[in-house]
Structures are given as structure tokens and as C-alpha cells.
Design a protein around this ligand. Structure first.
Ligand code: CUA
Length: 311
């Protein structure tokens, strides 16, 4: 196996960090000590006349070769860590991660879709990242892993969770007004527990999805599609207007620069999801991306059914 095999994110990022820290602090101490020494030793008080030194081959070579070696060592470990996060192993669990303004969606090979990333403890995992709009960056500080999600491109992130519990994932690339709310939970559970969840949820998704009432499906979609990153369902303030009691409420909108009053009926809700900028609720920025390409007709109807019931 390649030398990169010894690497596995968290521990290794920590070791590399400590190595870099030691190198940098040593250099700082060395340079500062010399500087202080020279300031003292070669002050004008002690040396009234200056000397003309033409050059010193030994010194020149020393201060070129040593930093070059140090920089190459740092490069090697940085590169090895990067390679390990790119992953070379084939038969590992794979999760598709979709970033969009402003939420994350996790999709498993058996069809499970979730806004929480559940992972088995101690098992290597490969995330495939894509973006539906702009550049995002998926960051799990606890595991020291981060990778950009770039529109039109697939990126990979490979790591092994070695701690049980709940962790935070962030978006680490400024992606617009809702950037700070682009959070997700990462849940690391024991392998057996994970397998039970994986099997049970996978079958449930297939069987029960058909039977569910539209508004319940809508409630799920609003979470999975990330709507609630910007629209609260309890009336609290967020980037966009709250969903609470939205249906048939009288609202002031801006249509082509002019204010007007409308009733948020079914037609209005549908239009606002497909063309958010056309009748913009007064006081809110025109930042919502049109959702037409991200929702099927059925999903759209389910979401509207759900919104109607949110009193
Ligand atoms: Cu997505 Cu910041």
C-alpha cells in the first residue's frame, strides 16, 4: 500500500498541525533571539565604525538549504494528508452530500435522504460532494475534515469517524446571506446500531412514502430541501418570511418595483417557490433561488399542502 495509507484525518491533521507549530515556533525563537542579540551586540554605541562584508558562501548555502528542506517536509505532510482525504479505497460506504443555499442534504446508496449525517463508528466513509448553486464548503471541525462543494463538479472527502456522539458540520465558504445558517448535525453511532437504522429506514422510505399524507410529505420536504434554513415555522425571524400562518394571509409584496397587497393563496405560494423574485414580500432581500429545477410537481404540491396547514 502507498505511504498515504498511514494517514487517517483527525489524528494525522493534529500531528501535522503540531509539526508545523513546532517548526514555526522554533523559527520564531531562533530569528527573534538573533535579532535581539544583534541589536545589542552591534549597536552604534559599541561599534562606531562599520565594516564592509562582501559575502559568505557557507552562510548563503546554509540559509537556503535548511529552509528548503523544512518547506519540503511541510509540503510532504500537507500533501499526504490531502491525498488521504481524497481516499483511494474502493469498497467503502459512500454518501452523497448536496450543498445548496442554504442547507445540506445527505443521500445514502439505499435511498435514505436526511438532513443529518449518520455514520458508523470506526468505518471509513466516502462523501461525494456536489453543489446546486454556488461554492460551499463542507466542514466537520471535530474530524478536521473540509472539502468544497463546487457547482458542475464532484469532489470527494474520505475519512474515518473515530469518536461516538453528535458533532457539528458547517459551511466554510461564504455563500450568501444564509451562509451562517448552513449547519448540519453529524451523528456517529455504533456499527450495529447504524446497520439497524440503515436497514429499517431504507425499507421505510420505500414502503411508506406512498402511503403518507401530502402535508406530512411536505413537512419532510421542507426540512430536506432546506427551506427551513431561511423560513421559520414558529414565527421567529430568519432570512426569509416565516411559514407560520402564511396561507391566506394578506401580505405586501413588491411587483416590478411597485408595492401591492395580495392574499397568499395557493397560486401565490406556488409562484413564490418557482419565481421568488416576482412578488417579493416587502422588507426581504431578493435572494431566494428559483426552485423549479429542484422540485418535482408532486413535491411542490406536497409542500403547499403542508404550508396550508401551518397555522
Ligand atoms: Cu454554503 Cu456558506
Amino acid at each position: 500500500m502507498s505511504v498515504f495509507k498511514v494517514f487517517s484525518a483527525t489524528q494525522d491533521v493534529n500531528s501535522v498541525f503540531i509539526l508545523f507549530l513546532v517548526i514555526c515556533v522554533s523559527l520564531l525563537v531562533l530569528v527573534t533571539s538573533f535579532m535581539l542579540y544583534f541589536v545589542f551586540r552591534y549597536s552604534r554605541k559599541r561599534n562606531t565604525s562599520s565594516e564592509d562584508i562582501a559575502g559568505n558562501l557557507f552562510l548563503e548555502i546554509t540559509w537556503t538549504v535548511i529552509p528548503t528542506i523544512l518547506v519540503l517536509i511541510m509540503f510532504y505532510y500537507g500533501w499526504a494528508g490531502f491525498k488521504s482525504m481524497q481516499g483511494t479505497q474502493k469498497d467503502v460506504m459512500s454518501v452523497k452530500v448536496t450543498g445548496r443555499m442554504w442547507s445540506w442534504l445527505f443521500e445514502y446508496e439505499n435511498g435514505i435522504k436526511s438532513d443529518i449525517l449518520s455514520l458508523p463508528f470506526g468505518e471509513p466513509v466516502k462523501l461525494t460532494l456536489i453543489s446546486e448553486d454556488v461554492i460551499h464548503s463542507f466542514f466537520i471541525p471535530a474530524f478536521r475534515v473540509k472539502m468544497d462543494a463546487v457547482p458542475g463538479m464532484k469532489t470527494r472527502l474520505f475519512f474515518t469517524p473515530k469518536e461516538l456522539g453528535n458533532f457539528d458540520a458547517f459551511c466554510a465558504e461564504y455563500c450568501g446571506q444564509g451562509h451562517s445558517s448552513m449547519l448540519a448535525k453529524v451523528r456517529v453511532i455504533k456499527k450495529e446500531e447504524f446497520e439497524r437504522w440503515y436497514e429499517a429506514k431504507g425499507t421505510a422510505e420505500k414502503g411508506e412514502e406512498e402511503k403518507k399524507a401530502p402535508d406530512l410529505k411536505g413537512a419532510e420536504l421542507v426540512r430536506l430541501k432546506g427551506c427551513i434554513a431561511c423560513h421559520s415555522i414558529d414565527g421567529s425571524m430568519k432570512v426569509g418570511p416565516t411559514f407560520k400562518g402564511i396561507f391566506e394571509r394578506e401580505i405586501t409584496v413588491i411587483t416590478s418595483g411597485k408595492e401591492r397587497e395580495v392574499i397568499a393563496d395557493e397560486e401565490y405560494l406556488r409562484k413564490s417557490i418557482l419565481e421568488p423574485a416576482s412578488d417579493l414580500v416587502k422588507g426581504y432581500p431578493p435572494i431566494m433561488p428559483p426552485q423549479g429545477s429542484m422540485l418535482s410537481q408532486e413535491e411542490l404540491s406536497d409542500i403547499i399542502e403542508y404550508l396550508k396547514k401551518l397555522k
